[in-house]
Design a protein around this ligand. Structure first.
Ligand code: AMP
Ligand code: ZN
Length: 468
């Protein structure tokens, strides 16, 4: 299995640190708003990477943080007149809903930066003790030039960075020993969330958060560290400088980065008016379509989002789901159980599609080619099954289709999901029925919703519902 490593700029054979195990850290979103469809790309891509490792039998320890202390969160809290904590908690909950809609598995652990401050303070202290960091007026800086390998991930040269850096020096940072030095700890400003530390009451820099959370939940060395390509520099470069200086070990063996998502061939931005949240897309499409669309390109390539491409993804996905539905229908209606000799031979022959799928995924997770293999398999299914096919044969074909699409995170027997508005209309009808003492109708509505996976709870504040 080959993975493109940003560090070496080449595809390398994957060799785990520990046999049968994968330790993986993916930088998560800063939670100050609903996530946008650009943020959804690394979530979908690296969830698929995880699923493929699991398909191959690896035990994957997958850690992805929520950055819940940040300037943007504080700004939003001030605008709304609420605490930063309220803002971040709200958007973590919303992000989890979007992840569920996109069938992104929850991580083994989703650490919150604000709950890991003590470990960060300790790591900063270690860096100071080792001479890699220094304090000036309550701020702690990383001494970048002291880390000899600085620039190894982004393939940048320190002197080039230095000449660019001087002009970028932020006011108040002129106390730095060197313009390349970056912040590990900063003192609080009025009204900001802050924690105690030996240097000042303040908060950690963004980069140290990931170094500490990765170490705490995965250990000093991990197999894969991942995120969007904009994180290569400075975020991941700085994480390497911090972790390797503090722990004295190579941090991650493989560095994976997804390409950017553009809209109608332009960079997505609020000012251009081409900015979409995942929530907005979910009003128009099942989020499975968004997921399928994202996987239709190689994860390292830039990806263009447009209404036409989403429609095409919707139609392609429909073909797979229809084939699965037909198989189910045939399975439920066939009169023969056991495979014939001819079916055995056909089933064995169709392993070819599974092999092409695996070959594509083994080649740096080429989901575009893997999807092409699924389509070939669907074509095979459509032309090699009929009313007289045996249940055993149909079941085997179905199970294989389900296994392959599950790697992509696509659910092929998804029940028709009810829209929130339809659910709420039925709940209102049930309330009215109860008022009129028409308990039979009220019970009928409860059962109808339950059959569609909606659970009702009668509480003091009224009726609440959730999806099963
Ligand atoms: P942020 O909340 O900005 O730290 O971003 C969270 C993740 O989304 C990071 O891995 C980013 O690299 C990634 N990301 C942000 N915008 C895009 C985009 N337009 N396309 C792909 N990935 C993105
Ligand atoms: Zn990070």
């Amino acid at each position: 299995m080959k993975i493109y490593n940003t560090m070496t700029k080449s595809k390398e054979e994957f060799v785990p640190l520990e046999e049968g195990k994968v330790k993986m850290y993916v930088c998560g979103p800063t939670v100050y708003n609903f996530i946008h469809i650009g943020n959804a790309r690394p979530m979908i891509v690296f969830d698929t990477v995880r699923r493929y490792f699991e398909y191959k039998g690896y035990d994957v320890n997958f850690v992805s943080n929520f950055t819940d202390v940040d300037d943007k969160i504080i700004k939003k809290a001030i605008e709304e007149g609420v605490t930063a904590d309220e803002v971040s908690k709200r958007y973590i909950a919303e992000c989890r809903k979007d992840m569920e809609g996109m069938n992104v598995k929850p991580a083994t652990k989703h650490p919150l930066a604000t709950e890991e401050i003590c470990g960060m303070v300790e790591m900063i202290q270690t860096l100071i003790d080792k001479g890699y960091a220094y304090e000036k007026n309550g701020t702690v800086y990383y001494r970048t030039r002291k880390f000899k390998d600085y620039g190894k991930l982004s393939h940048k040269n320190l002197d080039d960075l230095q000449s660019g850096g001087r002009s970028l020096l932020v006011t108040g940072e002129d106390e730095k020993e060197d313009s390349l030095d970056f912040v590990l700890w900063k003192p609080k400003k009025e009204g900001e969330p802050a924690w105690q530390s030996p240097w000042s009451e303040g908060r950690p820099g963004w980069h140290i958060e990931c170094s500490e959370m990765s170490k705490k939940y995965l250990g000093e060395q991990i197999d894969i560290h991942a995120g969007g390509e904009d994180l290569i520099f400075p975020h991941h470069e700085n994480e390497i400088a911090q972790s390797e200086a503090a722990n004295g070990k190579e941090f991650a063996k493989y560095w994976m980065h997804n390409g950017f998502l553009n809209i109608d061939n332009r960079k997505m931005s609020k000012s251009l008016g081409n900015f979409f949240t995942v929530r907005e897309i979910s009003e128009k499409y099942d989020l499975q379509v968004l997921r399928f669309f994202m996987l239709s390109a190689h994860y390292r390539s830039p990806l263009n989002f447009s209404a036409e491409l989403m429609e095409a993804a919707k139609n392609s996905l429909e073909r797979i789901i229809t084939a699965a539905g037909n198989l189910k229908y045939l399975m439920e209606n066939t009169k023969t159980e056991c495979m014939t000799g001819e079916e055995k031979e056909k089933y064995a022959r169709s392993a070819l599609y599974r092999e092409s799928f695996e070959k594509a995924m083994d080649d740096d997770f080429n989901t575009a080619d893997a999807i092409a293999a699924v389509f070939e398999y669907v074509k095979f299914i459509n032309t090699n099954t009929a009313g007289d096919s045996s249940a055993e044969y149909l079941r085997l074909l179905y199970d294989r289709l389900e296994k392959l699409t599950d790697v992509l995170g696509i659910i092929i027997d998804r029940k028709e999901e009810m829209l929130d508005s339809d659910i709420e209309a039925l709940i209102e009808e049930r309330q009215a029925a109860r008022k009129e003492k028409n308990f039979a109708r009220a019970d009928e509505i409860r059962a109808e919703l339950l059959a569609k996976g909606i659970i009702l709870e009668d509480t003091r504040e009224g009726v609440k519902w959730k999806r099963a």
